[in-house]
Design a protein around this ligand. Structure first.
Ligand code: HEM
Length: 388
């Protein structure tokens, strides 16, 4: 056995035999995704996040078991949407458990808008799974937490379930036509969605110019270098008025800005133009768009948040699991505050905390939770394994 030593991997375990074919980060997905005609990466179609609670005391033995079970996924599936993309992230409960929440790059979630009263959740860990093949996600869950003893031909010798229990689950989908297949959910009027709509609001999200790069969200130095932070919130959507009372230009104005036309949206390619004129639009039009508010959080012209959100009908209600990666959770908070638009409240009487204020009349935040996503080689018990 090679012993990689502190910070280099899990003590007593040889280096990952799959490492050469895999990115060093767990969130290195973009170059493995197909792109649309404008070069925008297309997210995998099916998503599942298992929220985990630790059943064993942290130990190097537990770290070896967790790492070996993650390697089973890498042996079984190619790192690609027709295989499996995955991340093991560690939550605020874990860092508190090992007495390191102060040192951790994350903190417990807070309420970020006065329109919402979300559950502020804390977990030990989260396993994020993405694939274009929905049965892969079920097979992985059964292999890692049930009694399935092979995964795509690979024997399952160690299970994540030996260390963790699944305490909650988030499921969803992303891509053209999938929202319509799930339009029986509450919050979507019958017949509203077309076979092209990639999200319940009818718009595409994820143009590369509107996303932070994977490099931008990586933590630069210190014990967490090469990792990132992950925020996970559950937003429910109530889109009856969105679809029934708004025409296409109204929806475009609320999603982007009042000077954006439906034709402009059809012509958007690799980015969404940002004029930084939200105050003027508020004064002149009495309504503002989601994009023109959130793009104010850009730094040096570049977005600071990498959105990996997906649609859901968990709980029977249309919504979004807003999974966001950023170097620092402060980047997320800053973006969410830009979205709240409080700085506009004196600009026009028609703009309130929710009304004529982008998407805010249509979404409710149900919960928030924060995680740290270590680099692949340090994904098992960060700050603990190898230091004891
Ligand atoms: C139901 C909820 C949401 C929907 C349907 C939605 C939809 C969209 C859409 C369609 C875009 C345009 C992006 C593109 O074409 O690539 C966008 C951009 C963006 N959204 Fe959202 N969004 C939602 C919630 C949020 C939340 C909760 C945040 C964070 C607090 C957020 C942050 C952003 C950011 C940072 C951008 C890119 C801004 C830039 O270009 O700099 N969104 N969103």
């Amino acid at each position: 056995m090679l012993d990689p030593g502190p910070g280099e991997g899990v003590p007593g375990l040889a280096a990952n035999p799959h490492a050469d074919a895999l990115p060093e980060t767990q969130f290195g997905h973009n170059e493995f995704l197909p792109t649309d005609s404008a070069g925008n990466p297309l997210a995998p179609q099916y998503h599942r996040v298992l929220l985990l609670s630790l059943d064993v005391a942290p130990s190097n033995e537990a770290a070896r078991a967790v790492e070996r079970s993650m390697r089973t996924l890498e042996a079984a599936f190619e790192w690609a949407p027709d295989g499996l993309l995955h991340m093991l992230a560690w939550g605020t409960d874990y860092f508190e458990r090992i007495g390191e929440l102060e040192r951790a790059p994350i903190e417990r979630p807070e309420v970020l808008s006065r329109t919402d009263d979300p559950d502020l959740l804390s977990f030990d860990a989260a396993l994020v799974l993405e694939s274009d093949t929905p049965s892969h996600l079920t097979a992985v869950e059964n292999a890692l937490f049930g009694d399935r003893d092979e995964l795509n031909g690979e024997p399952v010798e160690v299970r994540l379930g030996d260390a963790f229990s699944v305490s909650a689950r988030r499921t969803g989908f992303m891509g053209e036509g999938l929202p319509r297949e799930h339009a029986h959910a509450e919050g979507i009027p019958t017949g509203a969605l077309s076979a092209e709509d990639p999200m319940f609001t009818g718009f595409f999200s994820g143009r590369k110019g509107t996303q932070a790069s994977e490099d931008r969200v990586a933590i630069r130095d210190g014990p967490f270098a090469g990792g990132t932070t992950m925020h996970l919130s559950h937003l429910t959507e109530d889109l009856d008025r969105w679809w029934n009372d708004f025409d296409v230009p109204d929806r475009v104005a609320h999603m982007f800005a009042s000077d954006v036309s439906p034709e402009d949206v059809t012509d958007f390619a690799g980015t969404v133009p940002f004029d930084d004129a939200v105050r003027e639009h508020a004064q002149e039009e009495g309504r503002v768009g989601h994009h023109e508010k959130v793009a104010r959080a850009r730094e040096d012209g570049e977005p600071v948040v990498l959105r990996r959100d997906f649609n859901t009908v968990d709980g029977g209600q249309a919504g979004v699991h807003f999974l966001a990666l950023q170097r620092d959770l402060a980047d997320f908070r800053k973006t969410r505050k830009a979205m709240n638009g409080w700085y506009l409240r004196d600009e026009h009487p028609a703009i309130t905390d929710r009304k004529n204020n982008g998407l805010l009349a249509f979404i409710t935040v149900q919960s928030r939770a924060n995680f740290y996503v270590p680099p692949r080689k340090a994904r098992s018990f960060p700050l603990f394994a190898g230091e004891n």
